[in-house]
Design a binder for this molecule. Structure first.
Ligand SMILES: Nc1ncnc2c1ncn2[C@@H]1O[C@H](COP(=O)(O)OP(=O)(O)OP(=O)(O)O)[C@@H](O)[C@H]1O
Ligand SMILES: [Mg+2]
Length: 486
């Protein structure tokens, strides 16, 4: 495009050229032709003579202008193209991020619903397993160890215990496992577990621990670290064919919003990193997204249940952390677990009092349990170890019994979820006429008013179903000895 200046110049030049031509023509005309009007002279000689140089100048100017404006246009096109390329890259990045987030969301929803299902099934199984384990233990005590029946009962008990382990793993995956969080240094717990892990992975595999000095504290149930490390190390061991190397590492890491915007799987904040890497077979990219699903396994029948990583996933999620897996086929795998930093004083280590006798000495216990099989089993177990038992099938029955034996009741042992009234409300109600009554809650399901999202409140006595006779004895004894009234 020609600029306005050029058009103005053009107009000026043309106007002055025409004026000059007319003036020149008039002068020449009057000098040579006596003033007679000779248009041929004017048109054929004067105008071209005067106008030609002007037109040439004009053309040169226009060509230059055109060349300049073309160069400018080229420059702008290049700039715009570069800008468009940048926006396009950003858009593609945005679309890729969105797709990743969407896939993650779908995966999280899937895991959530599988978790709900697993948690529900685990609840029912826990009740039934409680009865199987309880009665088998009592039957074992009544049979002679040399008797074939004793051996058979032991097999029943072993199978029930294995099933209880599976329900525990399902509960861990569903984040419905009862936990007692403590503030602690991860390095200390990992170091304590090292011996056991070495035994687990065997001699052909080299296990190295690289602990970070000045590691931040975390708050979770230390027993969950045990579960996590056992599962990750066993998986690493299984991925190594002959000899190999497993490395456990800890570190302090923090991620800001900008980093997390570019790395969608990360969460902003300060974390303690626990990573377990191996130089084993690595994981096929196609199965990576199924890794944490319960019952997903590539191991043959009877070799793996596919619950190991589901447990790890549930535990990390329950503690508001996240997991990143990096794997390359043939080179190895690294599982990085990020656990939120906890700023606070470390908890006093929970020292189990081994000397505590699980035997009763005639104390009276009020059992409230709506499942008759469990109620009768608990009654029998407790009577066996020296307690007097009052048993009620409903909260209203319990209230009647409590009114009758008000002063004589030493401990309330109650189910949590019952028709009529929940265990906590019952405990509060009974305290109106049995002041200071101690309570032991038992449940197979942990997402309720006693165990808030699986986390036990301080001072609450809780027994997770299924339980063995010894676990019941220890819990009752603890609740009687140092239980806090609710
Ligand atoms: N470190 C690893 N290297 C290679 N593959 C792995 C690794 N960890 C897990 N996997 C793969 O993930 C699958 C699921 O692991 P997960 O621990 O959940 O179940 P499993 O080990 O098969 O059975 P389980 O742990 O219940 O005995 C494994 O079958 C295996 O294919
Ligand atoms: Mg496993």
């Amino acid at each position: 495009m020609l600029s306005l200046n050029v058009w103005f110049l053009f107009f000026l030049l043309v106007a002055s050229a025409v004026a000059l031509s007319v003036l020149l023509a008039a002068v020449l005309n009057s000098l040579f032709y006596d003033g007679s009007n000779n248009l041929i002279f004017l048109g054929a000689v004067v105008i071209p003579l005067v106008d030609a140089p002007i037109i040439i100048i004009l053309l040169i100017t226009m060509i230059r202008e055109l060349r300049d404006s073309r160069q400018q246009l080229d420059k702008r096109v290049k700039e715009r193209t570069a800008e468009l390329e940048i926006s396009n890259d950003k858009l593609m990045q945005e679309i890729a991020n969105r797709e990743k987030i969407q896939a993650q969301l779908i995966q999280a929803q899937k895991m959530e619903s599988v978790g709900r299902l697993a948690g529900g099934v685990a609840h029912d199984y826990n009740n039934m397993l409680s009865v199987i384990i309880g009665y088998t233990e009592m039957a074992l005590e009544k049979t002679d160890p040399s008797d074939k029946l004793h051996e058979n009962l032991q097999e029943v008990l072993n199978a029930a215990m294995r099933s209880a382990d599976i329900t525990q793993q399902l509960l861990a995956f569903a984040r419905k496992q009862t936990v007692e969080p403590k503030v602690f240094d991860l390095n200390e717990v990992v170091e304590r577990l090292l011996k056991m892990l070495l035994r687990l992975i065997g001699e052909n595999i080299d296990l190295t621990l690289l602990p970070k000095k000045g590691l931040w504290q975390i708050k979770m149930d230390p027993s969950q670290i045990n579960m996590v490390l056992v599962n990750l190390c066993v998986n690493a061991r299984d991925a190594i064919t002959d000899v190999g190397k497993i490395t456990i590492e800890t570190d302090n890491v923090s991620f800001d919003e900008t980093y997390c915007a570019e790395h969608v799987r990360f969460i902003p904040g300060e974390f303690v990193l626990l990573s377990v890497s191996d130089n084993g077979s690595g994981i096929d990219k196609k199965i990576l997204e199924h890794l944490f699903e319960p019952f997903f396994t590539t191991k043959g029948m009877g070799k793996g249940t596919g619950l190991g990583l589901a447990t790890v996933y549930g535990i990390v999620k329950q503690n508001n952390g996240f997991i990143i897996v990096d794997s390359e086929q043939g080179k190895g795998t690294t599982f990085r677990l990020y656990l939120p930093r906890h700023e606070g004083r470390p908890s006093v280590p929970n020292v189990e009092n081994e000397a505590l006798s699980p035997e009763g000495s005639g104390e009276t216990l009020l059992i409230v349990e709506d499942d008759q099989a469990i109620r009768e089993m608990v009654r029998e177990m407790l009577e066996n170890i020296g307690y007097q038992v009052l048993a009620a099938g409903t909260p209203s029955e319990a209230i009647l019994l409590a009114e009758k034996y008000a002063d004589g009741i030493d401990l309330l042992v109650t189910d949590v979820v019952m028709p009529e009234m929940n265990g906590r409300d019952l405990a509060v109600h009974l305290q109106t006429f049995c002041p200071g009554l101690k309570t032991l809650f038992m449940s197979g399901y942990t997402d309720n008013m006693i165990v808030n999202c699986g986390v036990l409140e301080e001072g609450v006595n809780f027994l997770q179903k299924p339980f063995s006779q010894k676990e019941l004895a220890v819990s009752v004894s603890k609740a009687l000895g140092r239980g806090t009234a609710i």
